[in-house]
Ligand binder design. Structure first.
Ligand SMILES: *Cc1c(COP(=O)(O)O)cnc(C)c1O
Length: 354
């Protein structure tokens, strides 16, 4: 079965085999070697200086990393502006509400790109805002939100950016040189590991002012202990094995740029093929990530019929979220997916729709 859903991904054989390594006690030096390698390799992907940046690991899915980032990095006296144009932006608002973090929301329809003029006006209207949270790739619709444009708004106002990069880290460009204070992400999307390990890439200076609102996901404490080759709790050791192997594989394959190019080739083949079959992509390619794209459902077939027919042929596709489920389906190109898999997928679509 090939997984074309946005994580967990189809594993490479190399990563799958890495799960079979020796049992490891997380209080032994071998575990801390593994943790150190994962942390160093995560920074290497975007050539980040370990003196300025830390990769902080945790056991949990991508949401754990996002929650840890938001709970820690908006200081006690800080205020967060949330840019919302999909399910994951709404999730950050729920997290801020739950932790009683002072926040404002610039809400958009799920089909809209962030409105930069509205965001600028919201920042100018409330000088108490210290941080902006945004989803880089809004997996709800496959839209790649324009990080650089938001970064420019933040930079001139001395506001810090907190990025949910869960479905873009490792495959899309991220400029860490500007106002970004942190990016949260996970092992089991564009990095091709297994679920269970997630992480925050954080500026060390931001950690100095971190708040401590949560016990298990306390980013400041996790960072401090990991810097001392320690860990507060039992980590998902096997997920760390897989993460490290997946990071070695990413490097061997040419890093994030090569992964971007590979996903783009797969996504463009899928886009052209589906369009020819009467299922156009929701966005033009420039507005879309290379990681996942949303397509219009065909006229005569419901999503369950499409899903089940493709599953019989060995592919798991993904539904639209919420109100979009009657209009859209989604196809992700993350994981060990090759061009001939996309060709076979298109043959499956053709057989079902014609
Ligand atoms: C997948 C995803 C998440 C986190 O999902 P988990 O199920 O917790 O791993 C968060 N944000 C975005 C943009 C995602 O695509």
């Amino acid at each position: 079965m090939l997984l074309l859903n946005p994580g967990p991904v189809t594993l490479s054989e190399r990563v799958r085999q890495s799960l079979l390594q020796p049992d490891l006690c997380h209080r032994e030096s071998e575990f801390f070697d593994l943790q150190d390698e994962a942390r160093a390799r995560l920074l290497d992907i975007y050539e980040l200086d370990p003196a300025e940046w830390a990769a902080v690991l945790m056991t949990g899915s991508g949401t754990a990393a996002v929650e840890s980032m938001i709970a820690a990095l908006v200081p006690e006296q800080g205020k967060l502006l949330i840019v919302q144009n999909g399910v994951y932006g709404e999730r950050i608002t729920q997290i801020a509400t739950q932790y009683r973090i002072a926040h404002e929301v610039v809400a958009h329809d799920w089909m809209q790109a962030p409105d930069l003029a509205r965001i600028a006006a919201a920042l100018d209207a409330d000088r108490a805002i210290t941080h902006v949270a945004v989803i880089h790739h809004e997996t709800t619709t496959g839209r790649l939100n324009d990080l650089q444009a938001l970064d420019a708004l933040c930079r001139v106002r001395d506001v810090r950016l907190l990025v949910d990069g869960v479905s873009s880290f490792g495959a899309e460009a991220i400029d860490f040189g500007g106002s970004i204070a942190a990016v949260a992400a996970t092992a089991n999307k564009c990095l091709h590991g297994v679920p269970g390990a997630s992480f925050v890439i954080v500026r060390r200076s931001a950690l100095e002012q971190a708040a401590s609102r949560t016990y298990y996901l306390d980013l400041g404490r996790l960072a401090r202990l990991q810097d001392q080759r320690n860990t507060p709790f039992t980590p998902s050791v096997h997920a760390y094995y897989a993460l490290v192997e997946a990071l070695r594989e990413l490097e061997d394959e040419g890093g994030w740029r090569a992964r971007h190019a590979r996903y783009a080739a797969l996504a463009e083949r899928a886009r052209a093929g589906l369009e020819a079959l009467g299922m156009p992509a929701l966005w033009p390619s420039e507005q879309s990530s290379v990681v996942l794209r949303a397509y219009r459902l065909p006229a005569r077939l419901s999503y369950p019929q499409l899903h089940d027919g493709l599953k019989e042929r060995g592919f798991v596709i993904y539904a639209g979220q919420g109100g979009l489920s009657a209009e859209l389906f989604r196809i992700s190109t993350m994981g060990n997916i090759q061009l001939d898999d996309i060709e076979r997928l298109l043959q499956g679509f053709k057989a079902l729709t014609q």
